[in-house]
Design a protein around this ligand. Structure first.
Ligand code: AMP
Length: 585
């Protein structure tokens, strides 16, 4: 606690965090707390979740509150409802001994009138999702004229989720004299642009190097044939009976399919994806948090802001398109000093991607053999035995003891164990008796096995790609991952085969196998990216690729037409930015 005191924290706040078991500040807390406490300076902090950043900004901001003034003084913006609630709860815990402090959370998907009534009672710290806060500001239901500090938490995620316009609007509405504290796990151009436009000479702080995952995370990979990926996943789960994990998939269809298969295979799991309503999402989350689900299958988007601290594993069923996403995924395990494992299940075509991630993270993935039937059964049986040994004998068996002993009198100890195991594990033992070895030979692993798994299609198939153009590009912060997400969420069929993606300054060309689909380009009519209408047009350049990815039957030259893309109309131009800068050239 002495160290927290040295950073400038005092009194009731120290008591509050002592109750939470905080003893020494985390590196980001050491750097951020004094800045927010003593200097009237803006701040950009590069920080992953799990580093203690909520307390880093929460503690000094709590201490600086003037509780005698019944107005919102601190605004904390975060990407999701879950994260809002988490931050709100953390702040309430830190300020347990400061009864005058009032904290409220507002987010979409719930009754706005109730939130308005809470705001009317008076609030000092408001934690909000950008969309709902905009709504409240536009209704005149929230007064942010006295705001002195604005925290943008997980700024990169907020932009990824399309909150750019809302953030601009909110920041324009808060007093120019405010301090702004931006926290982000990554610094893509869009985040830098926000910092440039809205922060004044910010102090820059990094807690842990960019793109470096926590040291408490071990990275492992299984390399198998595409058709064996699911079975590998199933065995990896069965082989870790105490697993508490999130499995990441690239599309919501994959999330749904895998969850469904795992449920059928007897694993307590469910899917979290964009198609769920708020109530269903809450219900799945509640079951996962209370560990009634051992595994949650989720897309990156759906899992954003989902704060669960004690995951034993993160499983990448598809490796993400970029390293930052991988860092985000794997950063969900190995938190608060605990050990965690980030597992990648890859086919041979994904080896290059894996090596790239290794290169950026400067961490080696450990190759693991897919467990065989014996290993899975052994792991389950020993876990069961340990649980029996650890069971406390709380209730007395007295009234039934004699009868029970009598029933088992004829059996030896060995026979009794055998019967118990057969009873509990008969199905498992049968299922795993003589299962195939899924491991590739060393040659196959080196040579790449000649197959791929993109969108779950058969690896032997030959693809006929159609080229499309879309009117967003590098200068809009558009990435291949954004494209995949948008296609996966809007195309009428799952697992479309995607070929090359080329992102230019102001537009992007990409290939999709759209055979059997009508009007692919039209599926994006209501989609926008960072406030721009997402206009997809077909480029008349059709050719097919064989399974090696080589082009065949090119029927047209491959130059891009000069001016497709449908223009660059913008939704809702904003009024002035702080400092009068225009946000987009
Ligand atoms: P965060 O990055 O804010 O989500 O924090 C991750 C976890 O670390 C949370 O469970 C915090 O309660 C915990 N935590 C934060 N700071 C400290 C600290 N100084 N000592 C111990 N635990 C902490």
């Amino acid at each position: 606690m002495e160290k927290f005191k040295e950073l400038g924290l005092d009194g009731e706040i120290l008591k509050g965090i002592a109750d939470l078991g905080f003893e020494t500040p985390s590196p980001i807390q050491e750097k951020v707390i004094p800045v927010i406490l003593s200097e009237e300076s803006d701040l950009v902090a590069l920080a992953q979740t799990g580093t203690g950043k909520t307390a880093a900004f929460g503690l000094p901001l709590l201490q600086k509150l003037e509780t005698g003034m019944n107005k919102i003084q601190v605004l904390i913006l975060s990407p999701t409802r879950e994260l809002c609630v988490q931050i709100g709860n953390d702040l309430k815990n830190y300020s347990k001994y400061c009864p005058a402090v009032r904290i409220a959370c507002v987010y979409g998907g719930t009754d706005i009138r109730k939130q308005i009534r809470e705001l009317e009672k008076g609030v000092h710290i408001l934690v909000a999702t950008p969309g709902r806060l905009c709504d409240l500001i536009k209704r005149g239901a929230v007064d942010i004229d006295a705001v002195k500090g604005v925290v943008l938490d997980e700024a990169d995620e907020m932009l990824n989720m399309g909150f750019k316009e809302d953030l601009n609007f909110i920041l324009d509405e808060t007093p120019e004299t405010r301090n702004t504290y931006l926290f982000s796990a990554t610094m893509p151009r869009e985040v830098e642009r926000i910092a440039r436009n809205y922060l004044h000479s910010p102090k820059e702080i990094a807690a842990g190097k960019k793109n470096q995952g926590a040291d408490t995370v071990r990275h492992e990979y299984y390399q198998v044939k595409a058709k064996d990926c699911y079975e590998t996943l199933h065995r990896v789960i069965d082989c870790a009976p105490d697993m508490y994990a999130i499995i990441f998939t690239r599309t919501k269809m994959d999330a749904r399919d895998i969850a469904h298969k795992l449920q059928k295979d007897g694993i307590d799991c469910d899917a979290l994806h964009g198609d769920l309503g708020q109530n269903q999402r809450d219900e799945v989350m509640a079951r996962f948090r209370s560990k009634r689900l051992k595994v949650l299958v989720a897309t990156d988007v759906a899992a954003r802001g989902l704060d669960v601290d004690n995951l034993t594993h993160v499983i990448n069923f598809n490796l993400p398109e970029d390293v930052e996403s991988y860092t985000h995924r794997s950063g969900r395990t190995g938190r608060a000093g605990r050990e965690g494992v980030s597992v990648a299940i890859i086919n041979s075509k994904e080896k290059g991607k894996l090596r790239r991630i290794e290169g950026v993270l400067k961490k080696k993935f450990e190759y693991k053999e897919v467990p065989g039937g014996n290993e899975v059964c052994r792991a389950q049986l020993l876990y069961y035995a340990d649980k029996i040994l650890a069971a406390e004998q709380k209730e007395t068996l007295e009234p039934y003891q004699q009868e029970l002993f009598e029933k088992f009198r004829e059996l030896t100890k060995e026979e009794l164990i055998q019967k118990m195991v057969s009873y509990e594990f008969g199905r498992l033992l049968k299922k795993y008796a003589g299962v195939a070895d899924l491991n590739l030979t060393e040659d196959e692993r080196r040579q790449g096995g000649g197959e791929g798994r993109r969108g779950g299609r058969s690896e032997e198939s030959e693809h006929e790609f159609t080229t499309f153009s879309v009117n967003v590009g590098k200068e809009d912060g558009f990435t291949p991952r954004d494209l995949m997400t948008i296609i996966n969420e809007n195309a009428p069929r799952k697992g479309l085969e995607i070929g090359s993606i080329r992102i230019f300054e102001s537009n992007t060309k990409f290939e999709v196998d759209v055979r059997g689909l009508n009007g692919f380009a039209g599926c994006f009519r209501n989609v926008s990216f960072n406030g721009l209408p997402f206009t997809v047009t077909e480029v008349k350049d059709r050719y097919s690729r064989n399974s090696n990815g080589k082009k065949r039957n090119s029927t047209a030259n491959n130059r891009w037409r000069k001016s497709e893309g449908g223009g660059r109309a913008r939704f809702g131009e904003k009024k002035k930015g702080a400092g009068g800068k225009k946000r987009r050239k």
